[in-house]
Design a protein around this ligand. Sequence first.
Ligand SMILES: NC(=O)c1ccc[n+]([C@@H]2O[C@H](COP(=O)([O-])OP(=O)(O)OC[C@H]3O[C@@H](n4cnc5c(N)ncnc54)[C@H](O)[C@@H]3O)[C@@H](O)[C@H]2O)c1
Length: 252
Amino acid sequence: MFRYENRVAIVTGSGSKRGIGRSTAITLAELGATVVVADLNEDGVRDTVAAIESGNGKAMGIFLDVTDKESVQKMVDKVLKTYGRIDVLVNNAGISQRLAVEDMEVEDMKRILDVNIMGVFLCSKAVLVPMKKQRYGRIVNLSSVAGKRGGGFFGGAHYSASKAAVLGFSKNLAREVAEDGITVNCVAPGLVNTDIWESLPKDVADAIVATIPMGRPGETEEIASTIAFLASTEASYITGEDIDINGGSHMD
Ligand SMILES: NC(=O)c1ccc[n+]([C@@H]2O[C@H](COP(=O)([O-])OP(=O)(O)OC[C@H]3O[C@@H](n4cnc5c(N)ncnc54)[C@H](O)[C@@H]3O)[C@@H](O)[C@H]2O)c1
C-alpha cells in the first residue's frame, strides 16, 4: 500500500494492549518500517514488540515518559545511535479523565495538559534536529473529536482543551518546517473500540452509538491505517491537515 522501506518510526503510547498506538505500531511494522515502541508501561512495550516480531517485523522497545524532557532526549539519542535516522513520529501517548469543570482541580488540568500537549511539544522538538538534517520527516499527532466540537464521548474540558491545543500546535509547526521536507498532520478519532468502550453498561453504549451515523465505534486498525497514510512517503503534499475518523459523528 505505502512505502516504508528503511523508515524508522517512533510511536509513543504504543504499549497499551488494546490501544491505537499498538495498532499503529503493528501496521507500520507490517508495511516495512522499523518501529520504536515507546511507553511508560514496560510490560506493554514488551508485549507490542513481541507482537511485531512474531509477524517478522522489526521493533525496538523503549521506556518513555513524554512529559520528561530528559526521557524524550534519551529515547531520541538511542534511536539515532541504533538506526542513524528518525523518519516518523506518531505522538499518540495520551490520557483522559471524565470530570466536570466545577469538580476539576488545578492538578487535574495540569496533568492532562502535561501529557497531551507538553508531551507532543517535547517529542516533536526532539525529532526536528535529525529530521531537518535528513530533510525528511513525518509527524502525526493524535487530536480528537473532543478537541473539535468541545467534548467527545468521554473526558472533560481539560481533555478537549488539550486536543484543541494539539491541532493549533500542529498547524503552526507544519508552517515552520514545511521547507525542510517535514510534514505535520493530525488525526481526530471519534469513539474507538478500546477497553473503556467495552466496560460501558449496554444502555449507555447503545445511547452513544445512536449518535453515530455509522452506528458503531471505530476500530483501532481504522485509526492506524489513516495514520499510516499520513506518515507515508506518498503523503508528501499534505501538511497542517487533520483527518476526522469518526463514523460521521462530526463533520467539518
Ligand atoms: N480511544 C478513543 O476513543 C480515542 C478517541 C480520540 C482520540 N484518542 C487519542 O488517541 C490516543 C490513544 O488513545 P487510546 O485510547 O489508544 O489510549 P490508551 O490508554 O489505550 O493508550 C495510551 C498509552 O499512552 C501511554 N502513556 C500515558 N502517559 C504517558 C506518558 N507520560 N509517557 C509515555 N506514555 C504514556 C499509556 O501507558 C498507554 O499505553 C490518545 O492520545 C487519545 O487521547 C483516543
